[in-house]
Design a protein around this ligand. Structure first.
Ligand SMILES: Cc1cc2nc3c(=O)[nH]c(=O)nc-3n(C[C@H](O)[C@H](O)[C@H](O)COP(=O)(O)OP(=O)(O)OC[C@H]3O[C@@H](n4cnc5c(N)ncnc54)[C@H](O)[C@@H]3O)c2cc1C
Length: 452
């Protein structure tokens, strides 16, 4: 008989996806237990305490068009801590810094000829009118960009941006990545001529995670920190029946993993081998991202994109040009990211080596830069950040339902053709919660005898 009782649901991973799932399922009356390996929630969106204030480990902005995120912010009661700011971008090219925010900036951008600037504008407009994600998925990014922007714009603008995002020229990635980015960025403007609006939460992205966690606890969710899942136990009928931690096995009616695909593959020895191999094949870029706490600002932009390939980091992101520095005790926060292809040698560099190399190049870029203005320097790293989707491989994207009955997945490799960010992730989490709730109505419950 189908059972309408609340179900016992385990969620693995306490990042933004996991906590959104826990919130949605508990709001719908389910009994949810969330397991997080780390000592705080948030995952990639977690924080560090510095001088008594929270600082995002990695820079995080919310766009004015991110409606799923703003709905969660509203519902969890922290909308009064969300601030909208007009932001600016720049380009560092051949030793010079150029503004690159408004259509006027594009039209004036000195590294390009007038005709090249026109073609760059055309590419941005073209992306807004292109609606066919499938066509973008089978078109190599370089072919698409060269066809519309021309080789000169490709070399000066797109190639450095691709290198920044993919740690290579990325000729084998689909056009989708730039197409989706252009559409997302234009969504932050109220018309072609208006300013780019971005948002931040006081005390960082974690403000939302913390508020959602408080809602979850009110809804009866149990949150276990510092609890790594060692295995998802699959019963002889091929059904996910429970999770194993250092404490032993706990039975559940259903299990949802938010882990990056290769991490999930390690937890399911009992799943069909071809499925485990599919998850293992999913590649991710990592990130090496030093954070400088400065006494003074070094750029007037939120992001300065770097075209010079001899500089090891690919952007300067000064988040205190978005965040009011008063919210972070007037420190200036500067992130210097480098995305890393799997196997990159830079991933092995010790922190000291990263620091001396990064500072050497900062001094080259900004002759007035002084080490005396640095209050602190931290090197942040993450191995599984940006899922890579080669051209025409959408059939490899994992589905919400897995071949293991009652094991579901929600991870960032599934948001394609959208980009990996809080907005696409939380929308996916809501969709997965709806799927689990719908399926749950047909389940004959009982977690009690499954593992005996
Ligand atoms: C440098 C950088 C800049 C970014 N900028 C932005 C931005 O401006 N705006 C934006 O919206 N997004 C941004 N993002 C992307 C955003 O951080 C991610 O989309 C989002 O945080 C992914 O959340 P998640 O829950 O999918 O994964 P994660 O945050 O990785 O969460 C997964 C969790 O699972 C836990 N876990 C792993 N293994 C186990 C286990 N065995 N048992 C239990 N728990 C386990 C991990 O500890 C982790 O907490 C940025 C990311 C980076 C790295």
């Amino acid at each position: 008989m189908p059972d309408v009782q609340p179900k016992q649901i385990a969620i693995i991973g306490g990042g933004i996806l996991g906590i959104t799932l826990a919130y949605k399922l508990s709001q719908a009356g389910q009994r949810v237990t969330l397991y997080e390996r780390g000592n705080q929630l948030g995952g990639l969106a977690s924080y560090m305490l510095y001088d008594g204030v929270r600082i995002d480990r990695f820079y995080h902005t919310i766009l004015s068009s991110d409606m799923s995120m703003q709905t969660l912010i509203q519902e969890s009661g922290v909308a009064d801590r969300l601030h909208f700011t007009a932001t600016r971008q720049g380009f560092y090219d051949n030793g010079q810094i150029y503004p690159f925010s408004s259509p006027m900036d594009f039209l004036r951008f000195p590294p390009l000829t007038l005709f090249q600037r026109f073609r760059l504008g055309l590419q941005i407009i073209y992306a807004q009118f292109e609606r066919d994600a499938t066509r973008m998925d089978v078109t190599p990014v370089k072919d698409w960009l060269v066809k519309i922007s021309g080789q000169g714009v490709y070399t000066k603008v797109w190639k450095p941006l691709l290198r920044a995002k993919f740690d290579s020229e990325a000729v084998d990635v689909p056009a989708t990545y730039i197409w989706a980015r252009l559409r997302r960025m234009m969504g932050t403007r109220q018309g072609v001529t208006s300013k780019e609006m971005m948002c931040y939460l006081e005390n960082g992205y974690y403000t939302l995670i913390e508020a959602l966690a408080a809602c979850c606890e009110k809804n009866g969710v149990t949150i276990h920190l510092e609890t790594a899942i060692q295995e998802i136990v699959i019963d002889p009928n091929g059904r996910a029946a429970g999770i194993r931690t250092a404490e032993g096995v706990t039975p559940f009616d259903a299990i949802i993993s938010t882990l990056q695909s290769p991490l999930l593959a390690q937890l399911i020895p009992g799943a069909p081998q071809p499925y485990v191999e599919q998850l293992q094949r999913q590649e991710y870029l990592g990130v090496l991202c030093p954070l400088l706490i400065m006494k003074r600002s070094i750029i007037p932009y939120y992001v300065l994109n770097i075209t010079d390939e001899t500089i090891p980091f690919t952007a300067v992101v000064e988040t205190t040009n978005l965040i009011d520095p008063r919210h972070v005790k007037n420190h200036h926060l500067v992130y210097l990211p480098k995305y890393l292809a799997p196997g990159s040698e830079l991933a092995q560099w010790p922190d000291d080596q990263v620091k001396s190399e990064w500072l050497k190049h900062l001094k080259r870029m900004f002759p007035n830069f002084s080490e005396a203005d640095i209050t602190d320097f931290w090197v942040q790293r993450a191995r599984y950040v940006e899922p890579l989707r080669p051209i025409n491989t959408t059939d490899q994207i994992p589905t919400v339902k897995t071949p293991v009955e009652r094991l579901y997945i929600a991870n960032t490799a599934m948001v394609y053709p959208e980009l990996n960010n809080g907005e696409s992730g939380t929308r996916l989490a809501v969709r997965v919660a709806d799927q689990v709730l719908a399926d749950g109505k047909t389940w004959e419950s009982s977690t009690t005898n499954l593992l005996s």
